[in-house]
Write a protein that binds this ligand. Structure first.
Ligand code: MSP
Length: 644
C-alpha cells in the first residue's frame, strides 16, 4: 500500500515515580518530543511512547515511609509527572504505567513464553544488590565494593529466583552490536562488547523479597524483577503479546522500534538484556538504541539525593516552555554530559531568543506595518544580498534534516540560527528606513519586506519541532493560516497579501544579574527538603546470633583524646558492676568534655582489642548520620541495665 505513511516509533525510558522529576529527566523527553514533532511534520505516522516504571523495592520502601500503599504512592507521583508533561507540552501518543493491567498481563505472558521455550529456569541467586538502582551486580562489577552506577553501598542478597538464559544470546548480541548502527554512540558499543567479553551471566528476573511487583505466573512466592517488567513496556504498550480478544495492530504497525532514547547508565539494559529478551520471544530486535549523556551540576549528576536538582516547573513559570526546550536542545550535544548553569541558560535566552529571533520578528512586523500598510508585498526583482538570503533560507530545511537524522538537535538549531542571524544582517545591509525616505525606492522597499517575511515564514516552519508555541506566534504575526507544512520550508516566495499583526514580544530581554539572584532565591535545589535515601537493611540473622550479643547501659565518667590517634576518644564507662575502658572513633563528633556524664548503650561481651597501644573493652553504640557525625544512642536507664 504505497499511500500508507511511513511509521516512526520512538520511546523514552519509563521513569521511576519515586520522586518528582527534575530538569535532568526532562532532557530525554524533550529530545524525544522534538524528534516526534519533527517526524510528524515530515509526514511520518509517529508513535511516541513514555511512561512510568512503578514496581520494585524502592517504591515499596518510599510508600511505607510515607504511610501509604505503593499504589497510592505512585498514583500521586505519576499524576505529577503527567502534569509536568502537560506543562511542557510533550506530545506523547501513549503513556504506559507498569501497574496497568494491559502491561501486567502481557508481562506475565512474556514470562510464560520465555519459560516454555526453556529460556527461563528456576535457581537460587546470590549477588550484590543496589537498592536505589534496583540492580544486582557481580563481585567483579563492583567499583570499590560499591554500585558501579551510582557509587552507593550494595548488600549481599540470595534467594530462590527465576533466571533468564542471557548467556545463550551472547553471540547474537555481539553480532548485533558489531553490525550496523544498533547502538550509538560508538563508544558505548565497545563498552558493551567488553561486558559480553567478560562472559554474560544468566539474569535473575524475579525476586522473592519484593512484594510490589507482577507475580510470576507459575510461582506465587516470586514477583517479576524490575528490568524484565520495565523493558517489556516498549512492546506491551503496542499490544504485544496479543491476548485473546485484544488487538496487536499497533505492534504490527510500529514494531520494531526506530529509536529507544536512554540515559547512559541504562544503555547496558537496553542494548544487552532487551534485545536478548526480544530474541528469545522470536521477534525482531529494535532498530536503534541511543545513549545520551547527563545534565550535570558542578560536575555531578543532578539527583534528588544530592539535593542539586533544578525544578523545570519553576523555569517554565519564569521563562516559558519554549525557552527551556530551546536551551536544553541547543546547549547540549547528544551523547555527551553537559553542565547545567543558570547563567549559561539565561545568556542563551538573551542572545539567541530575545536578541536574534525576537528582535527579528518584531522589527520585521513593525516595518511591514509602517511601510506597507501591514500587508506582505509580493516578490520583487532580486538585488544585492537577496539571492544569498533566499538560498540560505530555502536550503536550510535539508541541512536541518541531515542534523536531525543524527539526533544532533544543537546543530540543527544552529543551522536555523544561521538563517536568523543572516536575516538580521540583511536588514542592516538593505537599511529599509533609508529606502522608505526615497519614493523612487518604493519597489525595492517592498521586495525587502517580502524577503524578510519569507525568511521568517521558513524559520517558523523549521523551529516548529523545537518550539511550537513560538512557531505559532510567529505565524500569527505574519498572518499565516494553518499548520506549518514541511515542504513549504524549501520554497521561497510563497507570500504576498497576508496581513501581519504585531503581537507580544516573543522573548523579553532578561536582566541576567537580577534573574540569577531570583533563581538563587527560588533555589536551584528544591524548596522542600531533599528526600532521605535510606541504607538497605543487612541480611537477616538468626535469633540465636542476636542473642549472643550482650548489650548494657553505662555512664561515661571520664573522656580524653587518644594520645596516638586523632580520631579516637578513650572513655571510662561505669557499668554499675565495674568501670571499663572503651575506645571509639568519634573524635570528629564530640569534644571529650561534652561526653562526661553521658548515658550510653554498649556491647560488653566483645573480645577486647588493642587500638594504637590502648585496650578497648567493649563497643559503644552510636547513630551515624550521612554526614559522618555520630550521636549517642540515648537511654535513661541506670548503668548496668540489660538492653534486649
Ligand atoms: N526506570 C528506569 C528506566 C526503565 S526503561 C525500561 C530508570 N528510571 S529513572 O527515572 O531513574 O531514569 C530515567 C532516565 O532519566 C534515565 O535514562 C536517566 O539517564 C535519565 N536521567 C536522570 N537524571 C538525569 C540527568 N541529570 N541528566 C540526564 N538524564 C538523566 O532508570
Amino acid at each position: 500500500m504505497d499511500n500508507e505513511k511511513k511509521t516512526f516509533y520512538i520511546t523514552t525510558p519509563i521513569y521511576y515515580p519515586s520522586d518528582n522529576l527534575h530538569v535532568g529527566h526532562t532532557y530525554c523527553t524533550v529530545m524525544a518530543d522534538a524528534m516526534a514533532r519533527f517526524k510528524r511534520l515530515q509526514g511520518y505516522d509517529v508513535m511516541f511512547l513514555t511512561g512510568t516504571d512503578e514496581h520494585g523495592q524502592k517504591i515499596e520502601k518510599k510508600a511505607a515511609a510515607a504511610g501509604v500503599t505503593p499504589q497510592e504512592y505512585v498514583d500521586k507521583i505519576v499524576a505529577g509527572i503527567k502534569d509536568l508533561w502537560k506543562t511542557m507540552e510533550i506530545s506523547y501518543d501513549d503513556f504506559i504505567r507498569t501497574t496497568e493491567p494491559r502491561h501486567m498481563k502481557r508481562v506475565q505472558e512474556i514470562f510464560m513464553r520465555m519459560y516454555e521455550k526453556g529460556d527461563i529456569y528456576k535457581g537460587s541467586y546470590e549477588g550484590w544488590y543496589c537498592t536505589p538502582c534496583e540492580a544486582f551486580w557481580t563481585e567483579s562489577q563492583l567499583k570499590d565494593g560499591k554500585c558501579p552506577d551510582c557509587g552507593r553501598p550494595v548488600y549481599k542478597a540470595h534467594e530462590s529466583a527465576y533466571f533468564f538464559r542471557l548467556s545463550k544470546y551472547s553471540d547474537r548480541l555481539v553480532e548485533l552490536l558489531k553490525g550496523g548502527e544498533f547502538l550509538q554512540p560508538q563508544t558505548r558499543v565497545n563498552e558493551m562488547l567488553g561486558f559480553i567479553d567478560q562472559g554474560l551471566e544468566d539474569l535473575c528476573i524475579s525476586r522473592e523479597s519484593v512484594k510490589w511487583g507482577i507475580p510470576v505466573p507459575i510461582d506465587e512466592n516470586n514477583t517479576i524483577y524490575v528490568w524484565l517488567d520495565a523493558l517489556s513496556n516498549y512492546v506491551t504498550a503496542l499490544g504485544f503479546p496479543q491476548l485473546d480478544g485484544e488487538s496487536d495492530e499497533k505492534y504490527r504497525k510500529y514494531w520494531p522500534c526506530d529509536f529507544h532514547l536512554v540515559g547512559k547508565e541504562i544503555v547496558r539494559f537496553h542494548s544487552i538484556i532487551w534485545p536478548a529478551m526480544i530474541m528469545s520471544l522470536g521477534e525482531p530486535v529494535p532498530k536503534h538504541v541511543l545513549g545520551h549523556g547527563w545534565l550535570l551540576i558542578d560536575g555531578g549528576k543532578m539527583s534528588k539525593s544530592r539535593g542539586n536538582v533544578v525544578d523545570p516547573v519553576k523555569l517554565i513559570e519564569r521563562y516559558g516552555v519554549d525557552a527551556l526546550k530551546y536551551f536544553l536542545l541547543r546547549e547540549y550535544t547528544f551523547g555527551q554530559d553537559g553542565n547545567f548553569t543558570n547563567e549559561v541558560m539565561l545568556n542563551r535566552m538573551n542572545y539567541d531568543l530575545a536578541n536574534d529571533l525576537g528582535n527579528l520578528v518584531s522589527r520585521t512586523v513593525t516595518m511591514i506595518e509602517k511601510y506597507c500598510g501591514g500587508i506582505v508585498p509580493p516578490a520583487g526583482p532580486a538585488e544585492g544580498p537577496d539571492a544569498e538570503l533566499r538560498e540560505l533560507a530555502a536550503g536550510c530545511r535539508s541541512r536541518v534534516e541531515a542534523q536531525m537524522d543524527k539526533f544532533c538537535f544543537n546543530y540543527a538549531l544552529e543551522e536555523i540560527w544561521i538563517v536568523i542571524r543572516r536575516t538580521n544582517k540583511y536588514i542592516d545591509e538593505t537599511a529599509p528606513w533609508l529606502l522608505a525616505k526615497d519614493p523612487a525606492s518604493r519597489d525595492r522597499l517592498c521586495a525587502v519586506m517580502h524577503n524578510l517575511a519569507e525568511a521568517l515564514r521558513i524559520v517558523s516552519i523549521l523551529i516548529y519541532p523545537f518550539m511550537h508555541h513560538t512557531s505559532g506566534e510567529m505565524r500569527k504575526q505574519l498572518g499565516l493560516a494553518g499548520d506549518p507544512v514541511w515542504a513549504d520550508a524549501a520554497v521561497f516566495d510563497m507570500l504576498g497579501g497576508q496581513k501581519v499583526e504585531r503581537g507580544e514580544v516573543l522573548f523579553p530581554r532578561l536582566d541576567v544579574a537580577k534573574e540569577l539572584e531570583a533563581l538563587d532565591a527560588l533555589g536551584g535545589a528544591p524548596a522542600a527538603e531533599p528526600a532521605e535515601e535510606y541504607e538497605p537493611y543487612k541480611d537477616s540473622i538468626e535469633f540465636g546470633d542476636f542473642d549472643k550479643i550482650d548489650l548494657r547501659t553505662g555512664k561515661i565518667i571520664k573522656a580524653e583524646k587518644h594520645p596516638k590517634a586523632d580520631k579516637l576518644l578513650v572513655f571510662q564507662v561505669d557499668f554499675g558492676s565495674e568501670v571499663r575502658q572503651i575506645i571509639s572513633g568519634v573524635a570528629g563528633s564530640f569534644a571529650p568534655e561534652d561526653c562526661v556524664g553521658q548515658n550510653v548503650i554498649a556491647v560488653v561481651n566483645l573480645k577486647p582489642r588493642m587500638l594504637r597501644g590502648l585496650e578497648s573493652n567493649g563497643m559503644i553504640i552510636y547513630a551515624c548520620g550521612k554526614d559522618g557525625k555520630y550521636q549517642f544512642a540515648e537511654t535513661k536507664a541506670k548503668p548496668g541495665t540489660i538492653v534486649g
